[in-house]
Design a protein around this ligand. Structure first.
Ligand SMILES: Nc1ncnc2c1ncn2[C@@H]1O[C@H](COP(=O)(O)OP(=O)(O)OP(=O)(O)O)[C@@H](O)[C@H]1O
Ligand SMILES: CC(C)(CO)[C@@H](O)C(=O)NCCC(=O)O
Length: 390
């Protein structure tokens, strides 16, 4: 292939198959993207690029992000099959042919569904450790993608300039079905220090039972319309409308999540599902924020990054977590969120191909390359270069 040739090739599919959702990342060159055969003089070798050759090409392209519900895994298999994601582009881009039909996969489903992938598509899943994928995905995003991290204060996102030399240590809190808390000290240096089973799966599972809501998005939307004070017992409910200022509690602070239901002679049906959803979201977000802070305190960590699809860019969730961290740390620790929150594991599995030239990664949210497109929960794109062997 000559310089400037245009191709539309897809390669290097990676999956994170979780308890609730399957996340997919793949690299594609597009018709508008000429192949840049800039010679790479192997300066990346020290960073772990190992393609068996000192020379290679940088291929310009895009990383695509897609998710499916794990309970509908057949939709994911059909998508891979219809787009031939496991075959295409391998040779056009000069990637090693050995990648064919072996894809990197992380999450519990990489074990659970290995036989299904083999049977239905002839794909072998090359398993990558889940915690290590989360960490390499987060490190990659924080170092390579501008405007990836932000705080959420008073309903506003404030994008953070991450200083690469001052990134570590930090606490990574991944809120998936369950929650993992990982102390990250460097690239590949980490320890899972805590976790809780009260996570995104709890919100969606319990919320579904309590409200009869049919989809996660509808439950979230409901929570947006609700008022948690109808069900939560507030400090003021106990203290006759007064604050308990001696211990730092205002009258509007929640004293007991769902506690009002004790004293009211009401059946579940008599509560508005919106209010139930709101109380539940607040209870779970608060609890995670508090446990996260306690773990940050345990190890003296000032930065806490929250990932996982539970957050889903949802304002009220981010607000509750931010307020919880701020409240418990007395303003010492900061809750930060990531634009590609749900794709850390899938990106980490992708990074395991050791192809991405992260200093040449550029985020594009749309064709105009606007870096501040806010929600990447359904589909996102990162423009980047990957290394292909010569
Ligand atoms: N469309 C959706 N369908 C189901 N859950 C969703 C959806 N969007 C967001 N969620 C939330 O995201 C959570 C799953 O997040 P994520 O994909 O990060 O975790 P997971 O990998 O499935 O779980 P785990 O890591 O514990 O195996 C769900 O439990 C739910 O709270
Ligand atoms: C089991 C995993 C790691 C699977 O992703 C996740 O759901 C989790 O961290 N759950 C919390 C388990 C616990 O630490 O109590």
């Amino acid at each position: 292939m000559e310089d400037g040739d245009t191709i539309d090739a897809i390669s290097h599919l990676a999956l994170d198959i979780g308890g609730s959702l399957i996340k997919m990342v793949y690299f594609s060159t597009s018709k508008e993207q000429p192949v840049d055969k800039t010679k790479n003089n192997a300066s990346r070798d020290s960073n772990g690029v190992s393609n068996g050759s000192k020379d290679g090409y940088l291929v310009n392209g895009r990383l695509y992000f897609i998710k499916f519900e794990t309970s509908k895994i057949n939709e994911c298999l059909d998508f891979i099959s219809s787009k031939q994601l496991h075959y295409r582009g391998v040779q056009q881009c000069g990637f090693p042919v050995s990648d064919k039909n072996i894809i990197k996969a992380t999450g519990g489903g990489a074990f659970k569904f290995a036989d299904l992938f083999k049977e239905k598509l002839g794909i072998s899943l090359d398993k990558v450790d889940e915690m290590s994928s989360l960490v390499s995905g987060a490190n990659f995003l924080l170092k390579a993608v501008p405007s990836e991290a932000f705080t959420y204060v008073n309903g506003k996102r404030n994008y953070e300039q991450i200083d690469h030399n001052d990134l570590f240590p930090y606490l990574l809190v991944n809120i998936g079905s369950g929650v993992s808390m990982i102390k990250v000290d460097g690239d590949g240096k980490f320890e899972r220090v805590s976790g809780t089973s009260v996570g995104g799966g709890t919100f969606w599972g319990l919320g579904k039972l309590l409200t009869k809501c049919k989809s996660f998005d509808a439950l979230l939307e409901m929570s947006h319309q609700g008022n948690n004070r109808v069900i939560d017992m507030l400090v003021g409910d106990i203290y006759g409308g007064m604050d308990y200022s001696k211990i730092g509690l205002t009258s509007t602070a929640i004293a007991s999540s769902f506690g009002k239901a004790i004293s009211e002679d009401k059946e579940l049906e008599e509560y508005k599902p919106e209010d139930v959803a709101r109380s539940l979201l607040r209870m779970i977000s608060n609890n995670i924020g508090q446990i996260a802070y306690l773990n940050a305190l345990r190890f003296g960590l000032k930065k806490i990054f929250f990932g996982g699809f539970f957050i889903g860019g949802h304002a009220y969730t981010m607000d509750t977590i931010s307020v919880a961290v701020d409240f418990w740390s007395k303003g010492e620790a900061k809750a930060m969120f990531l634009r590609h929150e749900g794709f850390l594991g899938a990106l980490g599995a992708f990074m395991n191909y050791q192809l991405v030239q992260d200093d040449s990664v550029r985020l594009v949210g749309d064709k105009n390359s606007n870096p501040l497109v806010e929600d990447l929960n359904d589909n996102g794109i990162i423009e980047c270069c990957v290394q292909a062997s010569s």
